[in-house]
Design a protein around this ligand. Structure first.
Ligand SMILES: N[C@@H](Cc1c[nH]cn1)C(=O)NCC(=O)O
Length: 433
């Protein structure tokens, strides 16, 4: 089909099976930015400390501000998307997030930068849940695990862009221009969300998609009733604990302790070490869509979740026991932890399909904050263990830890994996009762 011909373009636009991909792409572009913003502080840490004359703790607060507001917002966001729809929620969120980015880029002092980062987290917190809510309205239930996996993969791509490509952009243009560029692009995506995205095929004036019933928005009493049911469901809490243990440990390894572990244990450069942690990002890109597709085709989910948590526990346990195995196996373990997130991500469709599809935003919001709560707490827990094994030396201002310290940090990861495995077995048994 030639896209130069207006008839081909209009055929794409008027066919709901094509249109949904274009609209999903707009939402995915916003989520890509969320993912870049949330991890980019690691790359520009030095410049931020210099520009705002701040300490390591103040930098930590700047980084953590995003995660704290992001996880606190997830249930309210679920309510918003079920009440006013994915389009309006995502458009407003994208405006707030990108205005926050522009504010951050232009900040004259630490207070302004913190306010900008807070706005980025606040606006960004709505995009993922809105994107999954959009998928529930435009894709059949037997396509949902695949779409769920693709949405997670977008987050993985953003995590990769936030590393070397973003560092190159910062080298060429400076951090303020690079963040300003992202903010400007994000505002264009926000406008596109408002103008083009629609909450369902019917709302876009198109024929309904086979197997996807039109869903009305929840009323206020229904919001209350579904929220109460979802937050008191034991399944919500067990899934959240599983995501807290797995997502939280993943984000801590890839985003914080992975690089110092490789640099200090193998005496390699930060560039080599970031290639190893990049393996985790690559795993996150390939694992979720592949596992989601397999789950849709085989109509199996909890079996994958149990297998995934078991392999995850063994992989982290291997690093805890081996300490300094060949570097290539460390890369393989990092890749596995990212790829296996595909199995943990299957908990999203599992939880979502327990309730009326009109409440899928609340169901997803109720569990989506758990990984980020883990990302806000595991660094401290692992940090305590590492500090107990500090050699007393600093390299480039960073503390140097012993191999035993890192092994204990991996023991914490392994114990978290084992807790996740127990949750997975409970989920499997309960789901098959
Ligand atoms: N990619 C996940 C977060 C994660 C967990 N482990 C590594 N990364 C994600 O995208 N979650 C949804 C969201 O709201 O961002």
């Amino acid at each position: 089909m030639s896209f130069r011909s207006p008839t081909a373009l209009s055929r794409v636009w008027t066919n709901p099976y094509y249109r949904r991909w274009l609209l999903w792409g707009i939402l995915a572009a916003s989520f890509l930015l969320v993912s870049i913003y949330r991890l980019s502080t690691a790359v520009i840490a030095g410049q931020l400390m210099d520009a705002f004359e701040i300490t390591g703790a103040e930098l930590g607060l700047l980084h953590a501000a995003f995660f704290v507001i992001y996880s606190l917002m997830q249930i309210p966001v679920g309510i918003l998307v079920d009440r006013i729809g994915a389009r309006r929620t995502a458009a407003v969120g994208a405006v707030v997030m990108n205005v926050g980015a522009v504010w951050f880029a232009l900040a004259g002092g630490y207070g302004g930068a913190l306010a900008g980062r807070f706005l980025i987290g606040l606006g960004g917190s709505v995009i993922f849940v809105a994107m999954l809510r959009f998928c529930a309205n435009w894709y059949r239930t037997d396509e949902f695990a695949t779409m769920n996996g693709l949405c997670f993969a977008v987050g993985g791509v953003g995590g990769i862009i936030a590393t070397t490509p973003f560092a190159v952009a910062v080298d060429v243009a400076g951090w303020r221009t690079a963040v300003l560029g992202l903010g400007a692009a994000g505002l264009v995506v926000a406008a596109a969300t408002f103008v083009f995205v629609r909450d369902s095929a019917e709302r876009a004036g198109l024929p309904a998609i086979d197997g996807v019933p039109e869903q009305s928005m929840l009323t206020i009493p229904e919001v209350r009733q579904f929220t109460a049911r979802i937050v008191t469901d034991r399944m919500t809490w067990v899934v959240s604990l599983l995501l807290y243990c797995t997502g939280g440990v993943n984000l801590t390894l890839v985003g914080l302790w992975g690089i110092p572990y490789v640099v200090q244990t193998y005496d390699v450069s930060v560039t080599t070490a970031s290639t190893i942690t990049l393996c985790g990002g690559v795993g996150l890109v390939v694992g979720p869509p592949a596992v989601g597709r397999l789950s849709d085709r085989l109509e199996r989910d909890t079996e994958f979740i149990v297998a995934g948590t078991a392999i995850y526990t063994v992989a982290l346990g291997f690093l805890a026991v081996a300490g300094d195995p060949p570097l290539v196996t460390v890369g393989a373990v990092f890749f596995l932890t990212g790829a296996l997130f595909g199995t943990f991500a299957l908990t999203y469709p599992l939880v979502q399909t327990r309730y009326d599809e009109r409440a899928s935003g609340i169901a997803i919001g109720a569990i989506n904050g758990a990984s980020f709560f883990g990302a806000a707490t595991f660094p401290t827990l692992m940090g305590w263990a590492l500090d107990a094994y500090w050699t007393g030396e600093f390299i480039d201002g960073a503390r140097v830890y012993t191999e035993t310290g890192y092994r204990i940090a991996f023991v914490i990861g392994t114990v978290a994996g084992f807790v996740a495995l127990c949750c997975a077995v409970w989920i499997h048994v309960t789901d098959h009762e």
